[in-house]
Design a protein around this ligand. Structure first.
Ligand code: CP
Length: 330
């Protein structure tokens, strides 16, 4: 949602999900990341945009890529960054999520980037805080910045997204990445397929707009992108898979299977990978793999999100809403 007058901005206070972003807002984020990507190539990798602002990383679940790239994104925009180590924080004494967040906000924090095992946890914070809340993954719900960097990578490598067939393989059931990617890619005009065993890829996903497959060969035919998801063993109940070996035989992405997609199809994975399980070593490191590019693109995408949210915050501060006159109808 660009301001019609001049400065590009997101008018939302928070970035919580792809579901409530418009196609134009997604395109604005991708376009803004184009101009910010160059900063990594400057001798001094910094812009002053967020000077004087503070961002907190509040991760209740583990992360390497997301947490580090948010930190780098904020530092490259000159913000101060605080990483909360939940394992040695007062969370361990039983402090609630909301009390933890309010404690941080009392120290004049501007952005809280949070990852939590409970779907909707960032939404709760967003409703209760003045700080901008950014969802870095909530339960099985969404991981919006992962979808944005994935869209950016496909657009960069294939020259566009509209009309492309993007096929996601594996553990769709537990994947917040799959939900955000389905929403983002379809908003940008791609066809999205989901493929996996019925226990991890139920038919109900058709109601969300995905084409559901249980056969790898038919799912791969005509695919421009082979997007492999991690088997999330930590979230599995007993009985979802006969065995890991059987899963790899039936659904693992090998060099032979990659050949069933369109020539030059991209191979993607959000990481961390279970090499030799959902993706072979050879495929992960093949020239068609853009997994490292996905990681690199996480920084400009997260810079763009911070930049656009900050522009919106500045605009709101400059023209606060006019209070309703006394006695006006609610
Ligand atoms: N893709 C992703 O979210 O990776 P991390 O868990 O390392 O942040």
């Amino acid at each position: 949602m660009a301001d019609s007058a001049s400065v590009p901005m997101l008018k939302h206070k928070d970035l919580l999900e792809i579901a409530t972003l418009s196609r134009e807002e997604i395109q604005l984020i991708l376009h803004t990341a184009d101009s910010l990507k160059d900063v990594a190539r400057h001798p001094i990798k910094k812009l002053p945009t967020l000077r004087g602002r503070t961002m907190v990383n509040l991760f209740y679940e583990t992360s390497t890529r997301t947490r580090t790239s948010f930190e780098l994104a904020a530092v490259r925009l000159s913000a101060d960054v605080v990483n909360i180590d939940v394992g040695i924080s007062s969370v361990k004494k039983g402090e609630s999520l909301l009390d933890t967040a309010r404690t941080l906000e009392a120290m004049s924090v501007d952005f809280i980037v949070m990852r939590h095992a409970a779907s909707g946890a960032p939404h709760t914070l967003a409703r209760n805080l003045h700080a901008s809340v950014i969802n870095a993954g909530d339960g099985q719900h969404e991981h919006p910045t992962q979808a944005l960097l994935d869209c950016y990578t496909v657009r960069e490598k294939l020259g566009g997204i509209a009309g492309k067939t993007i096929t996601l393989f594996g553990d769709l059931l537990h994947s917040r990445v799959a939900r955000s990617n389905l929403l983002a890619f379809t908003k940008l005009g791609a066809k999205v397929r989901f493929c996996g065993p019925p226990t991890l890829c139920p038919r109900e996903f058709e109601q969300l707009g995905a084409e559901v497959h249980h056969d790898v060969k038919t799912a791969l035919a005509g695919s421009d992108v082979i997007y492999v998801l991690r088997l999330q063993f930590e979230r599995h109940r007993l009985g979802l898979l006969p065995s890991v070996r059987a899963y790899t035989q039936q659904y693992g992405i090998s060099t032979d299977r990659v050949k069933l997609a369109k020539p030059g199809a991209l191979v993607m994975h959000p990481g961390p990978m279970n090499r030799g399980v959902e993706i072979s070593h050879e495929v992960a490191d093949a020239p068609q793999s853009v997994i490292v590019d996905q990681v690199a693109n996480g920084v400009p995408i997260r810079m763009a999100v911070l930049y656009l949210l900050e522009s919106g915050r500045t605009a709101r501060a400059a023209s606060p809403p006019v209070p309703a006159p006394m006695g006006a109808a609610a």
